[in-house]
Write a protein that binds this ligand. Structure first.
Ligand code: NAD
Length: 500
């Protein structure tokens, strides 16, 4: 299949891929695959105005009926899984299996949201006053602005949109300027689901804005956008949080991670090796949940790290569209130089680097392929505290579990973490209040590759937001507490006497 075939299969038109000013390159070989037209600030403001009208209509549609739209969206996604998965791969460079995985996550969250549309439960609460009842109800909140990152151009939009739609909220997407085509293709899939749904889906229920951060800033500045869910780097999250705090708007922030694995003496090392390699080199180390720090007990360090280094030497690095490839390219030259700089700093801080050079320069001179690196560090120095969005795995030794957990928790980010151990005392301690401080803590599983059923997100500089499963839906609704007096008296709460 040519690149044009991949764009055509997703229904992208010449008007969407040529003649614009946003140059879209594929990391597969660095060539330009589209010049997409960008929306203006005025377009973004108009989209918000349309979204306001859509909200007035959509909030009146019963939630189970809203679920029907998401069911149709899931059906369309099932049909388009291969086409969209291939476009994800072409645009952001993750291997095709992972591209398919992103679309499967979209399907999974649609299924979840359909069930949820009949389970947006409130509470009844015992009132302290006689002849009174009290209840808590959840209502739609308004437009949800969904700002997303280049490395997951499909799934995070859907984690947010599927929930927001059943909760009664219109959605406006602002994808990364590096990967706009996937969102354009998703918008087409949504348009088909809306058309199949019927007239009670208002115009402008699901919209997409193509452009740079200035469009994101229009969303964060507008009081008509009730909720901003932003996925991206910590600096972006800090800027969004500052803008939103000016109007005290609600946010879900899903920011960078610096995820660790503790490998205990009792670990099944065979399993650990497989988990380490998938989570450290998958998506070429460009997942928010990528494994970046390996904290290995001194008794097993010399068995594990050389074994890993050997597996790394045989990794299939190559074109992510081709079967058999395990490691695709970095997104661009900027990512390549960030990786080089981090490795240079690691060496200066006493690290021993295995791997880490450029790869496939003859075949793809304009792309950014690298050999994943393992860096043995004498300590958790400055460079290890930073999220470098590339396949660099820092390995360190520990001698007791408290020391390992202290190291794991000592970084500013708090997204994902895990322990490999067959000792239940250790694993339960790791999951306890004295253990991992991350939003995700796994046992005998790597830190990446979450299922949609659980709430996804992290603490500290990761931003504190939760998306996807569990009760994450509540962020997309407003809570209303109502007390109803069905007596003939007017008793005041707390027994206050107020006679007039
Ligand atoms: P980025 O921060 O450069 O951009 C993300 C998005 O934010 C883009 O759409 C961009 O246009 C927009 N943006 C930037 N500044 C903005 C502002 N001031 N106001 C509004 N919008 C703004 O991130 P990236 O390089 O595309 O993605 C990589 C980063 O994303 C990594 O740090 C990674 O860990 C993180 N990430 C986190 C998660 C998560 O769920 N925690 C998931 C994927 C990626």
């Amino acid at each position: 299949m040519t690149y044009q075939d991949i764009l055509d299969a997703c229904g992208l038109t010449a008007a969407e891929t040529t003649g614009g000013t946003l140059s879209v390159t594929t990391p597969v070989d660095g060539s330009e695959i589209a010049r997409a037209p960008m929306h203006s600030v005025a377009d973004a403001e108009a989209a918000i105005a349309t979204g306001v009208r859509a909200f007035e209509a959509w909030r009146k549609v019963p939630a189970p009926r809203r679920g029907e739209l998401v069911r149709l969206l899931g059906e369309e996604l099932r049909r388009e899984k291969e086409n969209l998965g291939r476009l994800v791969t072409l645009e952001c460079g993750k291997i095709y299996q992972e591209g398919l995985g992103e679309v499967q996550e979209m399907i999974d969250i649609c299924d979840f949201a359909v069930g949820l549309s009949r389970q947006l439960y409130g509470l009844t609460i015992a009132s302290e006053r006689p002849g009174h009842s009290m209840r808590e109800t959840w209502h739609p909140i308004g437009i949800c602005g969904i700002i997303t990152a280049f490395n997951f151009p499909a799934a995070p939009w859907c984690w947010n949109a599927a929930l927001a739609l059943v909760c009664g909220d219109p959605v406006i997407a602002k994808p990364s300027e590096k990967t706009p085509l996937t969102q354009l293709a998703i918008q087409k899939i949504c348009d088909r689901a809306v058309a199949a749904f019927g007239d009670d889906a208002p115009k402008g229920l699901i919209q997409t804005l193509i452009g740079e951060r200035d469009l994101g800033e229009v969303l964060t500045a507008s009081r008509d956008v009730a909720l901003i869910s932003a996925t991206g780097s910590v600096p972006m999250g800090k800027a969004v949080a500052a803008d939103m705090s000016k109007r005290l708007g609600k946010t879900i922030l899903e920011l960078g991670g610096n995820n660790a694995m503790i490998v205990a003496p009792s670990a099944d090392l065979e399993m650990a090796v497989r988990a380490i390699v998938f989570s450290a080199v998958g998506t070429a180390g460009q997942r928010c949940t990528s494994l970046r720090r390996l904290i290995v007990h001194e008794d097993v360090y010399d068995q594990l790290v050389p074994r890993l280094a050997k597996v790394y030497e045989g990794l299939a690095i190559g074109n992510p569209l081709e079967a058999g490839t395990l490691v695709g390219p970095l997104i661009d030259a900027g990512a390549l130089s960030a990786m080089d700089k981090a490795l240079e700093q690691a060496r200066a801080e006493g690290g021993t680097v295995h791997g880490g050079g450029r790869a496939l320069t003859d075949q793809f001179p304009d792309a950014a392929y690298v050999s994943p690196a393992i860096v043995e560090m004498p300590a958790q120095s400055d460079v290890v505290h930073t999220e470098t969005f590339a396949p660099i795995l820092y390995a360190m030794k520990y001698s007791d579990l408290d020391e390992a957990i202290a190291l794991q928790n000592a970084v500013p980010q708090g997204l994902s973490s895990c322990i490999f151990s067959t000792d239940v005392r250790e694993t339960e301690y790791f999951l306890s209040a004295q253990g991992s401080d991350c939003g995700i803590a796994n046992v005998n599983i790597g830190p990446s590759g979450a299922e949609i059923g659980g709430a996804f997100g992290g603490e500290k500089e990761t931003g504190g937001g939760r998306e996807s499963g569990s009760d994450a839906w509540r962020a997309y609704m407003r809570r209303q507490t109502s007390t109803v007096n069905f007596s003939r008296e007017l008793p005041l709460a707390q027994g206050i006497s107020f006679e007039i």
